[in-house]
Ligand binder design. Structure first.
Ligand SMILES: [Zn+2]
Length: 261
């Protein structure tokens, strides 16, 4: 069964408006242009699985009325996807248990290095260990992987300067932060009904790290998703303008959208 997937944030690294209330091409009067940093939550009957912990995590959790996170799955270690990790301390204090986090080796190693204090108990227990890490190994990519009661299929993506991970949950897949996809990723995505995909490259001829809209159109000829929600949107991508520009089957994402209601 496909779990419920909610977009907590669909913004690019700086969010919209950017600091200083810079809206770029976005209409400040359109509520769907207010975008926090990219993250989704995947919910089964018994499990709340958070994908990434960006700098807006606290706001995202509070406005979605979630009071428990069972596990966190990371796409990659860029700051706009990880720097809210410290907020997970609150669940340690409140629920008195450690949170399991998952990701590829590069991501988990970087998290353990940058946020080492969250992975050990310090000062004789005054600051207890918050996180338990689990590396999804390369031989586990492209086949079903279980996190609590949620089935996920991890796939590797090209993100220009590093690899990122995409994740498929039944009929829904999440591909944030990618430039291009290889054959095995496309095979994993095949048959998905709803695909949330990074289109931050927008109408540029070329972007070094993010897919352009043309790239998404080309890839979806293979993936054949019924609906593609374009995400990781920049301040140059106004909601209504983008909605008008996109062809049938493509729509801009927005914060709070439940993609499979
Ligand atoms: Zn990134």
């Amino acid at each position: 069964m496909t779990p419920k997937v909610t977009i907590l944030g669909c913004g690019h690294s700086a969010g919209t408006p950017m600091i200083g209330n810079y809206w770029g091409a976005c209409d400040p009067e359109e509520p769907k242009n207010r975008r926090t940093r990219s993250s989704i939550i995947v919910q089964s009957e018994n499990t709340n699985l958070l994908i990434d912990t960006g700098p807006d995590l606290r706001e995202q959790i509070n406005r979605t009325d979630i009071n428990r996170i069972d596990a966190v799955l990371y796409t990659h270690a860029h700051s706009d996807h990880i720097s809210g990790i410290d907020e997970l301390r609150v669940f340690r204090m409140k629920d008195r248990r450690e949170t399991n986090i998952y990701g590829n080796a590069e991501t988990i190693n970087e998290l353990e290095e940058r946020y080492s204090y969250l992975f050990t108990t310090k000062h004789e227990g005054i600051y207890p260990k918050v996180l338990n890490s689990h590396i999804i190994k390369e031989h586990e990519f492209y086949s079903p992987y279980k996190i609590e009661d949620i089935d996920v299929v991890p796939y590797e993506q090209e993100h220009g300067t590093c690899k990122s991970m995409g994740y498929r949950f039944g009929d829904v897949a999440y591909s944030t932060d990618f430039l291009d996809l290889g054959q095995q990723a496309l095979e994993t995505l095949s048959g998905v009904k709803i695909w949330i995909a990074d289109g931050c490259g927008y109408k540029m001829e070329r972007n070094m790290v993010h897919a352009t809209l043309d790239k998404l159109y080309q890839l979806n000829q293979v993936v054949q998703a019924d609906k593609v929600y374009v995400s990781h949107l920049s301040q140059m991508m106004d909601y209504q303008t983008l909605k008008d520009e996109l062809p049938d089957g493509f729509e801009p994402a927005y914060d709070g959208l439940v993609v499979n209601n």
